[in-house]
Ligand binder design. Structure first.
Ligand code: NZQ
Ligand code: ZN
Length: 385
């Protein structure tokens, strides 16, 4: 492992009934803005629990944050935060609500002229409003990291920023809040967590044994629980709890410490979402198998390690690498997700457009390793037709 500094200030409140404790972590007398999405929290009882826990606080609500949260919507919230002297943001929902709230937190304190510069130009975030989260969709890890991805409708750009100022102060992870998730979002969440691990694991074989074994453990756990998650008529608490924690540790910084990383599937996937509105998890299920194919020679040793340790394939088999890629794609399909572009009516025109856009932005390496780059992007995406 290389040298690393690990910092994570998020207080995790994990388990049934933990929403009731959030009052301990929000300073008394603060005016709280409760942010949420399209209304699922009002149907599944989470909103009621949160309001109960916030008794004694002045609360204003900001709903309507979309999946792939939109800059245009978030800026409306920023205006309200500034006008109404909000002291604390509480995000209740999935990754989109949490990411959107991180952007609101940063943009509300931004001193530059244009808050879009935070994601478009990497403008410095010197401060942000404090925020907490109540997670309802295990997937992104946003509840325990300092990343945020924002989409601008006007220009169809989906871009991200990271700042230590937007780490949540606390995050409630109550597995029961996931009981109302539809199959589509469970599948998205499993794929997202799986690919987060892959982007921090599938690089080079360098003897990073602790990190590798952590990662392989998370991947195997996701594979193991997926049929139960997708198939159960009645949600099972323990399975939901395992899923929720797996998704959090997949992107809370621990498995990425000191190891090479390659975020190319995410980078390419964001372009597909920006242009076609595809769910984030869906884009990863499409792109990752293409990246695995494109790097099967340059990362052969690690691919064979993955084949053996995650899928139980004998690495001496001549087709071990192929088998591992096929099993990965079949795993995504077993969740009911199509893994080829035509299933989403996406063709060559989009592939060319994505390449053009990234070239215009001066991008070369698409992740952290340059065997996936702008020159083989077309090959990767055409292999998904
Ligand atoms: O909006 P509501 O009504 O709440 O419904 C949501 C939404 O329609 C619904 N949902 C959430 N919890 C529910 C529920 N429905 C029923 N019961 C519940 N308990 O699910 C739908 C999707 O929600 P969304 O938040 O968009 O999904 P997800 O958590 O997958 O977040 C995706 C966003 O996170 C970004 C993605 O790019 C995308 O914009 N990511 C953020 C990352 C980070 N901050 O570190 C990393 C990821 O790689 C990812 O890029
Ligand atoms: Zn992701």
């Amino acid at each position: 492992m290389e040298n690393f500094n690990y910092y994570n200030p998020v207080q995790v409140l994990f388990g049934k009934g933990k929403i009731a404790e959030i009052g301990k972590f929000i300073p008394k007398g603060f005016k709280v803005m409760l942010t949420y999405g399209g209304g699922s929290i009002k149907q599944n009882g989470v909103h009621d629990q949160v309001m109960q826990a916030l008794r004694g606080y002045e609360v204003v609500e900001f709903g309507g944050i979309e999946p792939n949260p939109r800059y245009e919507t978030l800026m409306v919230a920023v205006g309200q935060v500034q006008r109404e002297n909000i002291g604390f943001l509480l995000a209740v929902g999935g990754g989109s609500v949490i990411d959107g709230t991180k952007f609101i937190a940063a943009a509300s304190c931004f001193r530059g002229k244009n808050p879009w510069d935070i994601v478009a130009k990497g403008a410095r975030v010197d401060a942000a409003l404090s925020l907490g989260t109540v997670l309802t969709l295990p997937a992104t890890g946003s509840e325990m990291n300092c990343n945020s991805v924002v989409t601008r409708e006007e220009t169809r750009e989906k871009l991200s920023f990271a700042s230590r100022h937007v780490f949540p102060r606390f995050s409630v992870l109550d597995p029961e809040t996931t009981y109302s998730l539809p199959a589509r979002q469970l599948a998205n969440g499993i794929i997202d967590a799986f690919v987060h691990v892959m982007e921090q694991y599938y690089t080079f074989r360098r003897g990073d044994e602790i990190q590798d074994r952590f990662s392989e453990g998370i991947l195997k756990t996701l594979i193991d629980i997926a049929p139960r998650l997708m198939g159960d008529e009645e949600p099972d608490y323990q399975t939901r709890a395992t899923f929720m924690w797996a998704a959090t540790v997949a992107l809370n910084g621990v498995i990425g410490c000191g190891v090479a990383q390659d975020w190319s599937s995410h980078h390419i996937g964001h372009e597909l979402t920006a242009l076609h509105g595809l769910d984030h998890g869906v884009t990863l299920a499409i792109v990752l198998p293409g990246v695995l194919h494109a790097t099967a020679n340059s990362r052969r040793e690690k691919l064979l390690q993955y084949a053996e340790r995650v899928w139980g394939i004998d690495p001496a088999r001549p087709d071990a690498a192929e088998q591992a890629i096929e099993k990965t794609e079949n795993f995504f399909r077993s969740l009911g997700v199509e893994t080829r572009l035509p299933a989403y009516h996406v063709g060559m025109e989009t592939i060319e457009r994505v390449e053009r856009r990234l070239r215009e932005r001066g991008v070369f390496a698409l992740g952290g390793i340059d065997d996936v780059n702008i020159d083989n992007l077309r090959e990767i995406l055409t292999s998904r037709l």
